[in-house]
Design a protein around this ligand. Sequence first.
Ligand code: SAM
Length: 217
Amino acid sequence: MQEKIIYSETVEFLRSAIKRETGFLRELEEYARLHHIPIIQPESAALLKLLVKLHKPQKILEAGTAIGYSACIMSVAMDKPGIIDTIEIDEKLVDMAKKNIKTMCYDNCIRVIWGDALEVMECLNSTYDMIFLDAAKGQYIEYLNHALRLLRPGGLLVTDNVLYKGLVAQKDKIQHKHRTIATKLKEYLRLICSHERLETSIVPIGDGMAISLKKGD
Ligand code: SAM
């Protein structure tokens, strides 16, 4: 199975060229690596931070908190202290994320919600300036309906892992265990690229990131 969507030399080069995190955020990267917790890849994190700086959201919704790494990097990138609601299904990770967020002194701005992202999104009614989808890849299509409802016109939808180790673009037979996710992601990409309310670009960075702007009313 193809492991990366771009050549490893290019990934290595990108990681050496971009400014990397330091201090506690670097410690979180190391913790995630050692404990096999999937967090956003450094080059995708750099793009995510830049998107936050350019779009200047005051309120962000994230699906998939893990240990709170991406929520913290988005908080750092927000120029004025805003609000991030982040949803995580794994109770142990929720506790860990809350601890890490407190260490970063972001516990007043980042609210960790324990639950299934789809069920939580169904209950949300507030409006967000930006939504970052990074939870169950097989459910992105279901998240999309709620993301469109919760995102303000002009809001930004960012979706990680959309190329899924290159398998989404693979023409050869995909191993059974990955086939369903790859098929669903392909359909998700078709939907966000053809949606009349979205302007979408797919960036082959990290595990593939889709950036969609919700058009105004
Ligand atoms: N955004 C995090 C970061 O970059 O620091 C990484 C998130 S990780 C790729 C995906 C997370 O989604 C995992 O922690 C997993 O437990 C969580 N997850 C998986 N299915 C979920 C679901 N149905 N609802 C909420 N969270 C879910």
